[in-house]
Design a binder for this molecule. Structure first.
Ligand code: O2Y
Ligand code: MN
Length: 618
């Protein structure tokens, strides 16, 4: 269909959506419009076109069937936090942790950039559901994009296509998500393999009108708008307005050898092994336990009529970090990646397969690196980009939970917050109350790694692992978390058991004085998860501490653990008063930044902690 044919007849049965499609087409001036039906034949056709244009390199079909490698532009390899904006009428609504822009200014700037930006390209319309089709926890979006890479990725990452349009009907609600790579083509101009705009990028969110506009990047979190933009930034604002939670959390199922099953949701900042934990394989000695994966990155959580918090994974696939993923760290991820994947910015082997740092113990003799250059082990550079990714459907995952697509969601028994801390934070601690637990989540800190910008090893506060993803004022977000607990507590009738999930804080990354990790991590984390499971059943021993309940050595199941060492466990679980007094100072620094929207409850919890660690002399 050419531009002149874009006006009625209607492209879809939804009047509002039709109008939006026509408006966008008139502004962006694509060569034609394609409404995505989500079919296999559509995906195959787009994939073949991308192979022809050089955007995708087919991998050896005997080694990795129906799988492809994409190499992005060097300027377009990760989310761009400094170009990510929350557009509200008042800066206070975006709060001190977000970049703010007035919606009027954002729309004026973006309208100019979008004028003619799709010349020479196809404009794809992608109807998608975040969450199981028709679930009352799910929400629908429509992404308009000029990137076929986005279309095939959205097909893996969301429920996408005709079924969603049918569900939307003539007047259903949807979040409009507009995206362009920002590289129009002049008449006869040849395209590059990864079109983007190296100089100008905007990732704009409009929480009042529930809209997203992204310009200039074709990569992951900037372009697959269902993910961070919708499922976290816009959804967190919707959740605030409507009384639910949109969180940067994996969801996993834990099943005991006796067949009792619980679900927990865990928030970790980037580079803390979220996908690995979501797909954990229990260690030697705990083989009777089963861990199943509902989601590896995002949870939407609503209160049911029974007062239980139920969660869905709004996504339908994984966009995971490849480097560090191996048969040892995450065998379920490796098994998921055997076929039907897109790899972005990994290295290519001479056999036509993929490789990344950490995949094998021995380095391959020669590779083509993520930029398409010859690579050998003494090249002095990484073969894969540190943020190289795999994209794969959830249905490829052997540990996928039977309820992953259940429209009712899964009942959450515990929330777990964790960061990367070499010192100070104990292996695991259970908060004394919902309020204390919310405080624990809000003060979550994580040390920066080489993969992130800034000095390595510095503690960055990352409340609930939502610092880059909360679509409104972070102080109001804390108050919202407190109010969710209050609402549930207040509706529990006397004598009835509480349905409020327990809250825990974990730290897999504590080190000894020699710099070695005190806790082995990976599959062995199951021992901590088992204790959490037992606590949610009212079983599981613990002792009280300044921060909350923590397990004693005897409370952890050491069956099969090579050389269980009580003194190392004691070091991992230790709470040191002098370290905590410094930690409280850092927390106060962060609270000062939050400013007047900080809940008063936090100030009193902090005063209580200060008093516990440095009791005032009478
Ligand atoms: O770099 C990107 O564009 C992706 S960021 C990402 C992707 C999957 C899961 N989590 C994240 C994150 O930054 O938390
Ligand atoms: Mn994430």
């Amino acid at each position: 269909m050419t531009v002149s044919q874009l006006t009625p007849p209607a492209l879809v049965d939804h009047k509002g959506l039709n109008e939006w499609i026509s408006e966008v087409a008139a502004l962006c001036k694509p060569d034609r419009i394609h409404i995505c039906d989500g079919s296999q034949s559509e995906a195959d056709k787009l994939t073949a076109e991308m192979v022809a244009s050089g955007t995708l390199i087919p991998l050896n079909a005997a080694l990795r069937p129906n799988s492809f490698l994409a190499r992005s532009d060097v300027s377009d390899v990760a989310r761009v936090e400094e170009r990510t904006f929350i557009c509200t009428n008042q800066p206070e609504e975006a709060g001190p942790t977000n970049n703010w822009m007035h919606p009027k200014e954002a729309k004026e700037t973006l309208t100019k950039l979008f004028d003619g930006c799709m010349r020479g390209r196809v404009m794809y319309v992608i109807p998608f559901s975040m969450g199981p089709l028709g679930s009352n926890i799910s929400h629908i979006g429509v992404e308009i994009t000029d990137s076929p890479y986005v279309v095939v990725s959205m097909r893996m990452m969301t429920r996408m296509g005709k079924a969603v349009l049918d569900l939307l009907g003539a007047d259903g609600q949807y979040v409009p998500c507009l995206h362009s790579v920002g590289k129009p083509l002049a008449e006869g101009e040849a395209d590059v393999s990864w079109p983007c705009n190296p100089d100008t990028k905007y990732i704009c969110h409009f929480p009042d009108t529930h809209e997203i506009i992204s310009y200039g990047s074709g990569y992951g979190g900037n372009a697959l708008l269902g993910k961070k933009c919708f499922a976290l930034r816009i959804a967190s604002a919707m959740a605030h307005q409507q009384g639910w939670l949109a969180e940067h959390m994996l969801i996993l199922g834990l099943e005991s050898p006796e067949g009792e099953k619980k679900y927990i949701a865990c928030a970790f900042p980037s580079a803390c092994g979220k996908t690995n934990l979501a797909m954990l394989v229990p260690p030697k000695g705990l083989e009777g336990w089963k861990v199943t994966t509902v989601g590896d990155d995002i949870a939407w959580i609503k209160r049911g009529d029974d007062n239980v918090l139920r969660a869905i994974n709004p996504e339908a696939g994984y966009f995971g970090v490849a480097p560090g993923t191996s048969g040892k760290t995450n065998p379920n991820a490796i098994a998921s990646l055997q076929r039907d994947c897109i790899f972005t910015n990994v290295a290519l082997t001479p056999e036509g397969d993929v490789w990344w740092e950490g995949l094998t113990d021995t380095l391959p003799a020669n590779l083509i690196d993520w930029q398409g250059k010859e690579w050998t082990p003494d090249s002095g550079r990484k073969a894969a980009h540190p943020n190289a990714r795999f994209t794969v459907s959830a249905t490829n995952c052997p540990s996928l939970d039977e309820n992953w697509d259940n429209p009712q969601g899964v009942p959450i028994s515990a929330f777990v917050f964790g960061g990367r801390r070499q010192t100070t934070v104990p292996l695991v601690v259970q908060s004394y109350s919902w309020r204390d637990g919310v405080y624990m989540g809000a003060t979550l800190g994580s040390e920066t790694t080489a993969a992130a910008a800034g000095a390595v090893g510095q503690v960055r506060r990352d409340p609930m692992a939502m610092l880059p993803f909360c679509g409104y004022n972070i102080g109001d977000y804390f108050a919202h978390w407190l109010s969710i607990g209050e609402r549930i507590e207040n509706s529990i009738v006397d004598g009835e058991e509480s349905t409020l999930p327990l809250i825990f804080c974990v730290n897999w990354f504590r080190k000894d004085e020699g710099g070695d990790f005190l806790w082995p991590g990976y599959g062995e984390n199951m021992r901590v998860l088992k204790w959490i499971f037992e606590r949610t059943s009212g079983a599981g021993g613990a002792e009280s501490s300044e921060l909350g309940y923590r397990p004693r050595f005897v409370d952890i199941d050491w069956n099969g653990f090579d050389a269980a060492d009580e003194s190392r466990f004691q070091s991992a679980i230790k709470i040191d008063a002098s370290e905590w007094l410094q930690e409280l100072d850092l927390q106060r620094e962060f609270f000062a930044k939050v400013g007047k929207s900080l809940p008063a409850t936090f100030t009193s919890i902090q005063a209580r902690l200060q008093e516990r660690f440095a009791p005032k002399k009478p």
